[in-house]
Design a protein around this ligand. Structure first.
Ligand code: NAD
Ligand code: UD1
Length: 336
């Protein structure tokens, strides 16, 4: 299979490239490197012993995309490229709408023109807004509370409309819960630019001495220890979900929606304790007010992906923390 991977130099994309290459698939990666470094792809080559074809292309540049589709024949596109920082999206919404939504429209127009109609899209549990109960199944109502979340929701709707207009499209919407962890080799992992927004990279930067302390956003939620509960999923399990989706769904047109999560929820303090155990380093933290827009509890019912894709997670929080620590301690400043 020949796959175009957009955003393949990023965190989830690079881990997925490893598995696609290990399965013998042919890849072309495009990325504008706005939130990543080409070094990640060099490391992917080291891990797999295979060459990665890379083009530095911005999805907003229609002509470059056209040239790419003229040069290669693709069977499917895995579409990771997008901006993902919730707080930033509130400050510069138009930039998020242009990058994520217009970038996807450019991509789909080019795909349609060259008759490539299979797309696997990186959606997010954020499309469930504040769920009425947990675990969350794919048929729960959707909502979005910030521009980032709305880009995910709009893109899901755009892709559904595409299928309605032309039943040859094969649209796979993968709704990720909270990706964490790193490749076992310690060569690739999450390398956020600036101050991390998400919990796990923040904890690991405290552990490695780059940050003084973790600020825990609220301990007055209706959860067992009062801190927020999430469904953390090892990025290698998440990457495997993409491979399964491609293998099972290629040639099966339709709109296929899956939660990719473990089905288990852990609190902020559970994660702190697990990380301390895996790293042997004490994580200093202090409790502060809730972060606006946060919800108390969010975890998946991943049963549909198991039944239909034969996919389930295999790595627990001990491994998520151990692999994050291996990556962070060997690369204290990320890919720099
Ligand atoms: P990431 O920032 O590491 O990777 C995204 C990549 O897309 C980056 O390499 C970036 O340079 C590239 N990119 C952005 N805009 C582009 C454009 N216009 N043209 C070309 N390349 C562009 O993020 P990630 O964590 O690997 O996330 C991948 C996808 O999964 C994103 O769409 C994200 O919204 C989604 N997602 C991530 C999470 C998470 O917690 N990491 C959760 C749910 C969904
Ligand atoms: C966040 C985004 C969500 C996005 C997801 C994956 C917000 C409001 N939501 O989700 O839209 O899809 O990332 O990119 O930003 N926490 C701390 N201290 C920290 C960081 C986090 O206590 O420094 C807590 C949070 O309050 C939460 C948990 O840790 O309870 C997980 O937070 P985070 O990693 O940011 O993920 P989400 O909030 O689930």
């Amino acid at each position: 299979m020949n796959i175009l991977v957009t955003g393949g130099a990023g965190y989830i994309g690079s881990h997925t490239c490893v598995q696609l290459l290990e399965k013998g698939m042919e890849l072309v990666v495009v990325d504008n490197l706005s939130n990543s470094s080409q070094e990640s792809l060099k490391r992917v080559e080291e891990i797999t012993g295979r060459k990665v074809i890379f083009h530095k292309i911005d999805l907003l540049e229609r002509d470059w995309l056209e040239a790419l589709f003229r040069d290669y024949e693709f069977d499917a596109v895995i579409h990771f490229a997008g901006l993902k920082a919730v707080g930033e999206s509130v400050k510069i919404p138009l930039h998020y709408y242009r990058n994520n939504v217009s970038g996807t429209i450019n991509l789909c127009e080019t795909m349609a023109k060259y008759d490539v109609k299979t797309i696997v899209f990186s959606s997010s549990a954020t499309v469930y807004g504040e769920p009425e109960k947990v675990p969350i199944t794919e048929d729960f109502p959707t909502a979005a509370y910030n521009p980032y979340g709305r880009t995910k929701l709009f893109i899901e709707e755009i892709l559904k409309d595409l299928y309605t207009s032309d039943n040859k499209w094969n649209v796979v919407l993968l709704r990720y819960f909270n990706p964490v962890g790193a490749h076992e080799s310690g060569k690739i992992g999450e390398d956020p630019k600036g101050i991390p927004n998400n919990l796990m990279p923040f904890i690991s930067q405290v552990a490695v001495g780059r940050r003084k302390e973790l600020v825990v956003f609220g301990n007055d939620y209706p959860t067992p220890d009062g801190t927020g509960v999430r469904d953390y999923i090892h990025v290698v399990d998440l990457a495997a979900g993409h491979v399964k989706a491609l293998e099972k769904l290629i040639g099966k047109s339709g709109v296929h929606i899956y939660n990719l999560g473990t089905g288990k929820g852990y609190s902020v303090l559970d994660m702190v304790k697990a990380f301390e155990k895996a790293s042997g380093v004490k994580i200093n933290y202090r409790i502060a007010a809730r972060r606006p827009g946060d919800i108390a509890e969010c975890y998946a019912d991943p049963g549909k992906a198991f039944r239909e894709l034969n996919w389930k997670t295999e790595r627990g929080i001990e491994k998520m923390c151990a692999d994050t620590w291996r990556w962070q301690s060997r690369n204290p400043n990320g890919y720099e």
